[in-house]
Design a protein around this ligand. Structure first.
Ligand code: FAD
Length: 356
């Protein structure tokens, strides 16, 4: 998708990608390392926060006076749960997950974007087959609940955890399996007992897949093994949805690298700072901004959340993936910088128009 500069026109109407205050209603401990945060959505934000099972919010969290952006998926499902809830698991040494677990309590206000993401239940009526590990259960749990409550689809889940104490939503999944006999089958795997999930563990699920939608979320090595095993067994990659909590490198360009990508000068404006560099072919605008020592906003780095949006005011770029900006926004020069590479000799990008 090629996007050209919006010439000198003023920024047009931008969909609401800004941050909104939500009050924490309750904190529900899930395991020693994880908790769910139930968030109050005020009436005036109800429409904005309508969501699909499997989507996420991007939080703006201050830690030691510095703001950080992190995404957390809904563990609630709109057709099932009256309240909106995200679930956070501590990452060892992680800034925001630990700050949220240690300091966030009822009555506190968090700032989040509207729900975003495409890891959602599709319209088909075939089986839902899911693979989750650790905190990757969060969006999968939401999708599983939605599939059971709003469709007649059968659901099978392979759920991997380090040990019994680290299983999030274990009892809730058991209760769902009892409530939907014959429709939900959960196979729990514990690393301490069975070792890490390998291709052999995935095979029985993959062999059975006919007309199924497949959902995969967990640590990168887990997802790589599951994806590799599925594809090796002939599962259609178009039916496999993967939610990456760690940023994935952008996919290679669909078209050959544009000639203009060599010798291209990229100018970036951010937080009142402006810099220009020679572009390294294949590097995204977001990566270029980082190379320049800037701290551009970003979260999912997969083209889903719009946190990294900026406006092309000169030249043009090509976007690999865009699941977040509307056609009007793109026509207006807005781009997801994590997905954009230059396609002109001179490209000038300005961050910050989207700030609320
Ligand atoms: C779409 C999406 C949905 C997500 N949903 C969920 C969810 O539902 N639940 C959930 O728990 N998480 C979710 N995540 C992950 C979440 O956004 C965070 O990435 C996660 O909580 C870690 O953030 P952190 O600030 O705690 O860790 P960070 O501070 O970002 O650190 C992450 C890791 O990097 C290491 N590290 C940090 N800085 C350095 C350094 N300078 N050198 C070496 N190592 C370093 C840390 O030790 C740690 O291991 C989601 C992510 C995405 C993109």
């Amino acid at each position: 998708m090629a996007i050209s500069a919006a010439a000198a026109s003023p920024p047009g109407a931008v969909r609401d990608h800004g941050f909104h205050p939500l009050r924490v209603a309750r904190v529900v401990p899930e395991t020693a390392e994880s908790a769910s945060f139930v968030l109050d959505v005020p009436d005036e934000l109800r429409d904005a926060y309508a969501y699909e099972a499997g989507q996420f919010l991007t939080f703006r969290v201050a830690v030691d006076g510095q703001q950080h952006l992190r995404s957390y998926s809904m563990s609630s499902a709109p057709a099932v749960d009256a309240e909106l809830q995200v679930t956070v698991k501590r990452v060892p040494g992680g800034l925001v997950s630990n700050a949220m677990m240690d300091t966030l309590g009822p009555g506190d206000v968090v700032e989040t974007t509207r729900p975003a993401g495409v890891f959602c239940l599709g319209p088909g009526d075939g089986d839902v087959v899911a693979f989750a590990a650790g905190s990757g259960i969060t969006p999968v749990y939401s999708v599983v609940k939605a599939a059971l409550a709003t469709t007649s689809r059968r659901v099978r889940l392979l759920y991997a955890n380090r040990d019994r104490d680290s299983v999030i939503f274990g009892e809730a999944l058991d209760a769902l399996a009892a409530r939907y006999p014959g429709r939900l089958a959960v196979e729990n795997r514990l690393d301490v007992e069975q070792g890490f999930v390998d291709a052999a563990a995935v095979a029985p699920f993959a062999d059975d897949i006919v007309d199924a939608d497949v959902y995969v979320c967990g640590p990168t090595p887990f997802m790589d093994i599951v994806e590799g095993a599925l594809l090796a067994r002939g599962v259609d990659p178009a039916r496999v949805l993967i939610e990456r909590f760690d940023p994935a490198p952008p996919p290679p360009p669909v078209a050959p690298e544009p000639a203009a990508a060599t010798g291209t000068t990229v100018t970036i404006e951010l937080d009142g700072r402006r810099g220009s560099v020679e572009h390294h072919p294949g590097t995204t605008i977001l990566q270029t901004a980082r190379e320049m020592g800037m701290a551009p906003p970003f979260s999912c780095e997969a083209g889903n959340c719009a946190t990294c949006m900026a406006r092309v005011v000169e030249g043009s770029v090509s976007m690999y993936t865009n699941n977040a900006l509307t056609d009007e926004e793109v026509a207006d020069g807005w781009v997801l910088t994590c997905q954009s590479v230059p396609t002109a000799d001179t490209v000038h990008v300005v961050y910050g128009y989207g700030e609320a």
